[in-house]
Design a protein around this ligand. Structure first.
Ligand code: UDP
Length: 471
């Protein structure tokens, strides 16, 4: 039987590329003899971890990685936010991506090109070459509805001035203080870029969302209703890389020590704090967390990274942890109960039986990972759409404790030690008493969704049938 080939192009951010590659493996595993995938990778000098990650994935059967030759970075007067830089930089790869896809499709016709939320410029390439184009959306269905809703608002309407915003993909009105930073400081954070990407989502032949029906029934149903006039929605998640950085990160020996430390802690005793691939905290915020942790008195594992020194760069692990960052004597006093580290193998940590709760920035991959391993979250959003994810998890779905819903890395208020202490206590005590149980139930549903005849399995089957019919 003839094999259909699809191509995928994703933004070179950890939170976008990793689920896109996992999606590729899921496509292949669903029908091992029918599909193969070409993943076109774009390098970004500011994202060195991405190269290590790609190297570790190059030997998956039926997936080939094709490195797109780099183009120059746009001059600094062309952008004033990460999203603008990224969108222009990716868009500048269009001619070379077109050439690459043209060459690919001379040997075998492509059944589809999958682009992600910031790669919509590649829809033009798919149109030029007559390749059906699909969107792979690595954030929740609720947020997909949110950005699509923004496209319906008059260009000069200020979404942040209303007390709350009614968005059809959320059951409850969204309080204005939980809007993403790009809605509040529109010019500084590239609001119009988010809208112009979202405007193009409808041009695709289908939207694949990394979620599952049982987690976001309200949002998925709202997207599928006719008023939106969207292409078919395929909730195929949770798509998670269960091996994670344990396989590819250069600091694996230190990671092993972290896991060994966890091996010595009692079951469900450790609170884990981690703020995503781009998250870092100011020194004054670090001190408040330390005070809150000490007052709460739980064992802790804290992934702490130093704010980037240059614009667009990512935070780094501290070379030497300077004790003056913390309250006097904090390191000595907590030596028996706490471990502070840099980049962690997050999935391996969440899978460890010692972990009892997760203070998270609420990136969508982190949320899906925590659900998958039944670890309740306390919300501490920082950037991107995380305030909305925190709102959804805590208020809409009742699956998280709130530390804050409105915290932000840029221009946010300080989260005080008493909020940290309260949130951690609530988290580790299991919220309202039922939280741990609820998260466990959702975890079981996430596994069922992926099993034969589960909701995500069926969505994947529908998608693959369409892809096969395209060639
Ligand atoms: N991650 C990790 N170790 C870290 C920080 C992040 O393994 O110290 C992984 C995490 O498991 C997740 C991804 O990086 O898979 C982050 O994606 P998410 O969507 O949660 O947040 P983003 O980094 O995109 O804001």
């Amino acid at each position: 039987m003839r094999r259909a080939e699809v191509a995928i192009i994703a933004t070179p951010y950890m939170g976008n590329l990793v689920p896109a590659v996992e999606f590729a493996t899921r496509l292949i595993n669903h029908h091992p003899d029918r599909i193969s995938v070409a993943i076109l990778t774009i390098s970004m000098p500011q994202m060195p971890l991405i190269e290590d990650y790609i190297q570790s994935r190059t030997s998956i059967e039926h997936i080939r990685f094709i490195q797109i030759p780099p183009v120059d970075s746009p001059p600094s007067d062309q952008y004033n936010s990460r999203i603008e830089f990224t969108s222009i930089y990716i868009g500048n790869h269009k001619p070379i991506v077109k050439q690459t896809l043209k060459t690919l499709s001379t040997s075998v016709p492509l059944a589809g090109l999958f682009v992600d939320m910031f790669c919509t410029s590649m829809i033009d390439v798919a149109n030029d070459l007559n390749i059906p184009c699909y969107l792979f959306f690595a954030s929740p269905a609720a947020y997909l509805g949110f950005v699509l809703h923004l496209t319906t608002l008059p260009a000069n309407e200020s979404v942040d001035s209303a007390n709350e915003l009614i968005v059809p993909s959320y059951a409850k009105p969204i309080p204005s203080n939980t809007l993403p930073t790009f809605c509040i400081k529109k010019d500084e954070f590239g609001y119009s870029r988010f809208v112009s990407h979202a405007l193009r989502y409808k041009e695709t032949k289908g939207i694949i969302v990394n979620t599952f029906q049982e987690l976001e029934p309200y949002s998925i149903d709202s997207l599928s209703s006719s008023y939106m006039d969207l292409p078919p929605i395929y909730p195929v998640g949770p798509i998670i890389d269960h091996v994670g950085p344990a396989k590819w990160h250069s600091n694996r020996s230190r990671h092993e020590k972290t896991i060994e430390w966890l091996d010595h802690q009692p079951e469900l005793s450790v609170v884990f704090l981690c703020f995503g691939s781009m998250g870092s905290l100011t020194p004054v915020q670090v001190r408040e967390i330390a005070k809150g942790l000490e007052r709460a008195g739980y064992r802790f594992l804290w992934a702490l990274r130093e704010p980037a020194k240059e614009n667009l760069k990512l935070p780094n692990d501290y070379e030497h942890l300077d004790e003056s960052l913390f309250p006097d004597g904090f390191i000595d006093r907590t030596a028996e109960i706490g471990l502070i580290c840099g980049w962690v193998p997050q999935v391996s940590v969440l899978a460890h039986k010692a972990i009892g709760g997760f203070v998270s920035h609420c990136g969508w991959n982190s949320i899906l990972e925590s659900i998958s391993y039944s670890v309740p979250i306390a919300t501490w959003p920082l950037y991107a759409e995380q305030q909305l994810n925190a709102f959804e998890m805590a208020r809409e779905l009742g699956l998280s404790v709130e530390i804050r819903l409105d915290s932000r890395d840029k221009g946010g208020d300080l989260v005080l030690a008493e909020d940290v202490e309260r949130g951690i206590r609530e988290l580790m005590n299991g919220g309202d008493g039922k939280l741990r149980e609820k998260v466990k139930e959702m975890s079981e549903m996430s596994k069922k969704a992926l099993m034969e005849n589960g909701s995500s399995f069926r969505a994947m089957e529908d998608l693959i049938n369409i892809l096969l019919s395209n060639v």
